[in-house]
Design a protein around this ligand. Structure first.
Ligand code: NAI
Ligand code: 13P
Length: 430
């Protein structure tokens, strides 16, 4: 006879075995993901840094101990370029904000405000303004680029003749039209020798101008560059965290725009808090699933550039993407909403790029596909939302418990009993 103690012992040893097996299974899954992430070449330190990188790294290390020595250029005089340039100037860095329009530059220098994008916010006295691109980028340590994604390649090509060792940091949260290139891909194509990074996080420009405590992430393979960006921008109101997962950080910033549009639309339909939480969390699942396929580390999506930015943009009317979604939810056409906004909303293009890429690559992105169907295929939002709710059974966090493909049997059963579990493109739940 087995005593209760023995039985506990047996149970606990059986449980231990099961725990061990399941933890081994999880470790195996994560090891596979990390291997793919590192194989992509992103998020890895170069074993042989180029001579340019070594030279810059040496300077950066010196500069780290004295950030005011840094010479910086910010390209793009919209709300974000201006807000970031202002932070750097306030920290005492020698900072030039390049704006393409000569008249705007004159007005900004005279009024020390950005009347169009950040009206009413006084900029630091030490911030310099220029419309001369060559003069703005020459002899700088770091060039920050804050133009919309659709203008990123053109901007890089324009500065290429004047690059001689400067580092480049993308602040842009978009994707190139049709090529699906991220900003880091474009930097590597146009300026293959350059030392670079991407910066992304929950950074609504107006809140930064109001000195509301905020934080962001600089991702780069170059540690000196990461430190230099931290030194340039860090203040009592703004913290800069570091990462070496370039792909994960920039995908977080780009993908969250899709879900900010979805959430703005949901708000127009006055959905409840449970619904908002479901959208936000399933959005995070989509983002990390897509990220892993693109070589990112899924854990990056748990950081500021992932869930942090997703939360900020999905819950604030300060987000232009959220506002676009809200206008769509109130019955406006996409063209009318974009025109009314009059500012950059990267998500409008990103939905199209990600929908196409995920469809081709067979990545399960139901919210993105649903949003695409509403915006670009004129499907009724309510019908699409109901359809989403009918999708087959899935696991919650698929890096903890892999999606159970025995669902296929269940899906088949539901189909024969009349339920429609088909995804938009006709496949059964993948
Ligand atoms: N505003 C924000 O809170 C944040 C924005 N970002 C990202 O920063 C990037 C820029 O956004 P915002 O400054 O907010 O946009 P914005 O709409 O406020 O301004 C865009 C600026 O880019 C300029 N521009 C457009 N095409 C150009 C071209 N071909 N050459 C040079 N300049 C050009 C415009 O004249 C304007 O000054 C976007 O990718 C955005 O997602 C990132 C974090 C926060
Ligand atoms: O990226 C942002 C905040 O982190 C800004 O979001 P919007 O581009 O939607 O305004």
């Amino acid at each position: 006879m087995t005593s209760p103690n023995n039985s506990n012992k047996n149970n606990s040893s059986a449980n231990n075995e099961t725990d061990k097996e399941s933890s081994e299974k999880q470790n195996g899954m994560l090891a596979g993901i990390f291997e793919r992430a590192t194989k992509s070449g992103l998020g890895r330190k170069k074993s042989n840094p180029s001579s340019v990188e070594s030279a810059v790294a040496k300077d950066m290390a010196d500069i780290h101990s004295n950030p005011t020595k840094l010479r910086l250029a910010f390209l793009g005089g919209g709300s974000f370029g201006t807000a970031m340039a202002n932070l750097a100037a306030r920290n005492g860095c020698d900072t030039t904000l390049w704006v393409r329009n000569k008249r705007t530059v004159k007005a900004m220098a005279k009024t020390q405000t950005n009347k169009k994008y950040l009206p009413g916010y006084k900029l630091d006295d030490r911030l310099k303004y220029s419309h001369d691109l060559a003069a703005s980028v020459k002899d700088k340590d770091i060039i920050f680029i804050a133009v919309p994604g659709l203008a990123f390649r053109e901007t890089l090509k324009n500065i290429a003749p004047f690059i001689s060792g400067q580092s480049i940091v993308s602040l842009t949260k978009g994707m190139e039209k049709d090529t699906f290139a991220m900003m880091s891909d474009i930097i590597k194509e146009v300026l293959p020798e350059v030392n670079f990074g991407v910066m992304s996080g929950p950074n609504l420009a107006i809140e930064i101008m109001k000195n509301m405590p905020s934080a962001t992430v600089i991702a780069s393979e170059s540690e000196p560059l990461r430190h230099a960006v931290q030194a340039a921008l860090h203040s009592a109101f703004f913290r800069v965290f570091a990462s070496d997962d370039i792909r994960g950080v920039e995908l977080g910033g780009a993908l969250k725009n899709i879900y900010a549009i979805a959430m703005g639309m949901a708000a127009a339909y006055e959905v409840g808090e449970n619904t908002k939480a479901m959208i936000l969390t399933r959005a995070l699942a989509e983002m990390s699933r897509f990220g892993v396929e693109e070589g990112a580390n899924p854990l990056t999506f748990l950081g500021l550039s992932g869930v942090g930015d997703l939360y900020a943009t999905c819950s604030s009317e300060l987000s232009r993407n959220y506002r676009i979604g809200n206008m769509l939810g109130r019955g406006m056409s996409i063209d009318a909403a974009v025109k009314k906004l009059g500012q950059t909303a990267e998500g409008v293009n990103t939905i199209q790029q990600v929908h196409e890429k995920a469809t081709k690559a067979g990545i399960y992105m139901p919210i993105t596909h649903a949003l695409y169907a509403v915006i670009y295929e004129d499907k009724a939002a309510l019908g699409v939302a109901l359809h989403l709710m009918e999708a087959g059974f899935r696991s919650d966090v698929e890096f903890v418990m892999a999606h159970d493909h025995s669902n296929a049997a269940l899906t088949a059963h539901m189909k024969t009993s009349g339920s429609n579990t088909k995804s938009k493109d006709g496949d059964a739940d993948k």
